[in-house]
Write a protein that binds this ligand. Structure first.
Ligand code: IMP
Ligand code: MG
Length: 187
């Protein structure tokens, strides 16, 4: 797959850098308020790789003590539709037992990935587990799950940028845009 001009592959911008920055600050303030009561703060778990940009921004928008960790999950491969099969490709390093955990994810689509992950993490006996995702596509849900914190509800369109990819590319776009259909149909 050759990408010569990634910006030209974007049909339209859905969320600008400013939209994202504003909303991430709001989410950070909300989380700060909700977790201020806990002395040992919160452990934010970045779901690689899609959440990487969101994770670093939201962590800095939260004003309670924070620990950071990373987890690799594979359910999507290179396609645009989830297989429903979820595999841990990299586990977190810290113990989450007794901790207040917030999962930072890029997008909730079918919900299968996060449904599986929250069950898996709950078995490790954290004090709590909540989901914070930048984007939510509720139309596509295949199980009963909603994010505790959500940046934006978006329509059922395939988006890239600000961490989200198609075939591993477009993650470094600073905004979230809808990918032109011809980009994935010509593959
Ligand atoms: P779910 O298990 O169907 O909720 O899948 C969630 C994962 O699918 C996300 O972490 C993304 O990696 C990927 N995904 C879903 N929708 C999109 C999209 O519009 N653009 C890029 N990746 C997406
Ligand atoms: Mg992904």
């Amino acid at each position: 797959m050759a990408i010569h001009n990634m910006r030209a592959d974007i049909d339209h911008i859905l969320l600008t850098e400013e939209d994202i920055e504003r909303r991430v600050k709001e989410l950070g303030a909300q989380i700060t308020q909700d977790y201020a009561q806990y002395g040992d703060g919160v452990l934010i778990l970045c779901i690689l790789k899609g959440a990487c940009m969101f994770f670093t921004d939201i962590a800095r928008a939260i004003d309670v003590p924070v620990q950071l960790d990373f987890m690799g999950i594979s359910s999507y491969g290179d396609a645009q539709k989830t297989s429903g099969i979820v595999r841990i490709t990299k586990d977190c390093d810290l113990s989450i037992r007794g901790k207040h955990v917030i999962i930072a994810e890029d997008i909730m689509d079918s919900g299968l990935t996060l449904n599986h992950l929250t069950h898996l993490l709950s078995a490790r006996e954290p004090a709590s587990v909540r989901i914070c995702c930048l984007l939510d596509k509720p139309e596509r849900r295949e199980c009963e799950i909603t994010p505790d914190y959500c940046g934006f509800v978006i329509p059922n369109e395939f988006v890239v940028g600000y961490g989200l990819d198609y075939c591993g590319y477009y993650r470094n776009l600073p905004y979230v845009g809808v990918l032109k259909e011809e980009v994935y149909s010509k593959k």
